[in-house]
Design a binder for this molecule. Sequence first.
Ligand SMILES: [Zn+2]
Ligand SMILES: [Zn+2]
Length: 126
Amino acid sequence: MNQVKVFDGAGNLKEVISGEKVSKQFWATVTSSNLKASQGWEGETRECKECGAEFWAETKTQVFCKRNVPQGKQCSKIFYARKKAVKKVEKVCANIKCSNAFMGDRNRRYCNNPCRHGTDKKANGR
Ligand SMILES: [Zn+2]
Ligand SMILES: [Zn+2]
């Protein structure tokens, strides 16, 4: 290996490294960029996005602690489940014969006990 040509992102020649510099500088560059991409991350202490506990992030993308909890109880699961969950409000069943109070999301109209969505439609013959 006599010399190494270094190009920038646009394909322009940036630098020509020659002689014994090659082995040192070239490999130093290669190694450091590889390290950054893969093993460069040594981890860091972070605050869990869900419970606020400090944990050791093993990957850059880890934002939840990895508590030793049963399946489905992990902070990440809880966090995303809550994000998906619809806010429940106090409702009164749309079936006038029932009028039960219940907790449901905004779109729910029936108490489901026993009235269900579609009860009215059936009654109306539609
Ligand atoms: Zn947590
Ligand atoms: Zn009802």
